[in-house]
Design a protein around this ligand. Structure first.
Ligand SMILES: Nc1ncnc2c1ncn2[C@@H]1O[C@H](COP(=O)(O)OP(=O)(O)OP(=O)(O)O)[C@@H](O)[C@H]1O
Ligand SMILES: [Mg+2]
Length: 469
C-alpha cells in the first residue's frame, strides 16, 4: 500500500482514531492476524466463524501498527468504525483516487466464467509494459477487491481487478471502490442463476461494469455472446468488440488446438495479424485471450506486443485446468476450482481434445443453479457422452443426474457411467480403473471439495483403497 498515517486512514474511512495520528502504515492491509508482519494495518472483520476483534492483541504482537475495528483494544491504535468491510472499501477508494491522480490505469473484468483466467492472462500481458498488480486467485468481492486495490502503490502502472456479482448492485458497488477506465465483460452464463433468477438479470448485473465507465474509458465486450455485446448501449465509453466473427474489432482467426488442447490462432486487430500460441489449456481460453488482448490494447499496447505476451502467459491460479502427468502415465486435469454448466462444457471440450487412450470425467455437483438444477445435471451427462468421454464418474448425491444423463445417452451404467456416493468411493473406483495413458478430468463446484480428490490422484500412482475421504 502507499504509506498512510493512521490519521489519514481515519479520515478516509470516516472512523474515530484511538492513539497516535502520526503513526504510519508502511506495510500491507490484512484481515488475517496470522499473516500480520511489522508495519501492517489489521482489519478486524466479524466473520461467520471467527470474530476478528478477538485477534487485535495477536495482530499487535505480530507487529501491526494499527487496526480498523468495531471495538478498540488497548493493544494497538485503532480506527473505530461501524462496518469494517465498508471501511475497507472506503480506504481502498481513497487510495485508488490518489493512485489514479498519479497515472494508474485500472482495468476490471466481469462475466459468469473465466474472470480469474482472463485476469491472469491480462496481468501477464500488461506486466510486459509496466509494473502491474494482478494477484493470483479470485479476489472479486467486497473484501478481495479492496485488498487488491490496496496492494498497489506509487510504482504501479496497471491494476487488474476481478469483479464478481451474486446480485444486482454488487458490481456497481465495486466500481465505486475503484472506478475502472477499461471494463471487460466476458460472458453471461448460468453461474449463480439460482440467486439471480434469470440470465437477463445476470446480464443486467454484469452490465453495471460498463455503466460505470466514463467517456474516456473503453468497454471490451465479447461480440460472440449476444447478451454481452448487447450491453454496448449501456455505456458512454468507446466499445471494443472481441470475438471470432467478422464484426469484432479484435479477432481470432484460424483457431486450432494441439494434442495438449492448447490453442493457436492469428490475432487480428487494428489492421495487423500476429500468431498466438497459448500456454493455457482449453479452447475457451481463446475467448479469454481475446478479451485480455482488447483490454491490453485499450491500455496502449500494440497487437504485436499483445500477441507475443499472450503466447508467453502461463497458468497463474490453482485448480483451473491444471494438467499433471503421473509417473505411471496417467494424466490428471484438476479443474476443481468451481463449476457451472458452461465451465463444465468448456472443460469437457478440453478433455476431449487432450490426447490419451481413454478420457475420464470425474464430475461432482454444480451448486446454486436454482430450480433447473436436476435437469442441468442430466443435460451435462448427455453432453459428456456426446463429447466422447469414455467414462463418466459422478460423485455425490447432487451429481447423480450426470450419471443418469450419460446413461440415457448410451453410456453403459456401471461401466461407462458410474455414480459413487463420495470422494472416498471415487478414489477406490479410480484406483482400480485407471490405466497408463488415461486422461482424467476432475471438476465440481467448489463446495464439493473435489480438488482434494485430484490431489489424491496425483500423489498416488497406485491408490490405497478404502481409506476415509
Ligand atoms: N471463457 C470461458 N467460458 C467457459 N468456461 C470458462 C471460460 N474461462 C474459464 N472457464 C472455465 O471456468 C472455470 C473457472 O474459471 P475462472 O476461475 O477463470 O472463472 P471465474 O469467473 O473467475 O470464477 P469465479 O466466479 O469462481 O471467480 C475454469 O476452470 C474453466 O473450466
Ligand atoms: Mg474468479
Amino acid at each position: 500500500m502507499i504509506t498512510l498515517t493512521l490519521a489519514e486512514v481515519a479520515e478516509l474511512t470516516g472512523g474515530a482514531l484511538t492513539g497516535s495520528p502520526e503513526a504510519t502504515v508502511p506495510g500491507k492491509v490484512t484481515l488475517d492476524s496470522r499473516t500480520v508482519t511489522g508495519g501492517d494495518l489489521f482489519v478486524a472483520v466479524p466473520g461467520e466463524r471467527v470474530d476478528g476483534t478477538e485477534f487485535l492483541a495477536a495482530a499487535a504482537a505480530a507487529g501491526a501498527v494499527g487496526a480498523i475495528t468495531t471495538r478498540p483494544d488497548d493493544a494497538l491504535p485503532c480506527v473505530v468504525v461501524a462496518d469494517p468491510v465498508e471501511a475497507l472499501g472506503r480506504l481502498a477508494s481513497g487510495v485508488h483516487a490518489r493512485l489514479v491522480d498519479r497515472g494508474l490505469l485500472t482495468l476490471a473484468i466481469t462475466g459468469s466464467s473465466g474472470k480469474t483466467s482472463t485476469k491472469d492472462l491480462l496481468g501477464q500481458v500488461l506486466a510486459t509494459a509496466g509494473p502491474t498488480v494482478s494477484p493470483p486467485g479470485s479476489y472479486n468481492n467486497d473484501i478481495g477487491l479492496p485488498l487488491t486495490v490496496l496492494s498497489a502503490d506509487e510504482q504501479t502502472r496497471f491494476l487488474v481487478l476481478e469483479m464478481g456479482a451474486r446480485g444486482r448492485g454488487h458490481i456497481a458497488r465495486l466500481c465505486r471502490v475503484a472506478r475502472p477506465r477499461v471494463g471487460v465483460v466476458l460472458n453471461v452464463g448460468s453461474a449463480h442463476l439460482g440467486e439471480f433468477g434469470s440470465s437477463e438479470r445476470i446480464a443486467e448485473a454484469k452490465g453495471e461494469l460498463v455503466e460505470a465507465l466514463a467517456e474516456d474509458g473503453t468497454a471490451v465486450l465479447n461480440a460472440d455472446d449476444p447478451r454481452v455485446i448487447g450491453m454496448a448501449p449501456r455505456t458512454v465509453a468507446r466499445v471494443l468488440a472481441t470475438g471470432r466473427g467478422e464484426d469484432a474489432d479484435v479477432r481470432a482467426l484460424d483457431v486450432t488446438l494441439d494434442e495438449t488442447a492448447r490453442a493457436r490462432f492469428t490475432l487480428a486487430a487494428a489492421g495487423e495479424q500476429h500468431p498466438v500460441t497459448l500456454q493455457v489449456v482449453g479452447e475457451h481460453q481463446v475467448a479469454n485471450a481475446l478479451s485480455a488482448a482488447g483490454a491490453a490494447m485499450a491500455a496502449g499496447m500494440t497487437p504485436g506486443q499483445v500477441a507475443s505476451a499472450l503466447s508467453a502467459a502461463g497458468p497463474r491460479s490453482r485448480w483451473r485446468m491444471e494438467v499433471s502427468r503421473r509417473d505411471d502415465g496417467v494424466t490428471v486435469v484438476n479443474d476443481a476450482y468451481n463449476a457451472n454448466p458452461e465451465s463444465m462444457r468448456a472443460a469437457l471440450a478440453a478433455l476431449a481434445g487432450l490426447s490419451g487412450t481413454r478420457r475420464i470425467a470425474v464430475l461432482g455437483g454444480m451448486a446454486e443453479l436454482g430450480p433447473d438444477a436436476a435437469a442441468e445435471h442430466e443435460r451435462l451427462g448427455r453432453d459428456a457422452a456426446a463429447a466422447g468421454i469414455d467414462l463418466v464418474v459422478a460423485v455425490g448425491a447432487d451429481a447423480v443426474g450426470i450419471a443418469d444423463g450419460a446413461a440415457a445417452a448410451g453410456r453403459r451404467t456401471g461401466e461407462e457411467s458410474v455414480h459413487v456416493p463420495d470422494r472416498a468411493a471415487a478414489r477406490e473406483l479410480l484406483a482400480e480403473a485407471l490405466r497408463p495413458g488415461d486422461v482424467v478430468l476432475v471438476k465440481a463446484s467448489r463446495s464439493y471439495g473435489l480438488e482434494l480428490l485430484a490431489a489424491d490422484l496425483l500423489t498416488a500412482g497406485v491408490l490405497p483403497a478404502g481409506d476415509a475421504a
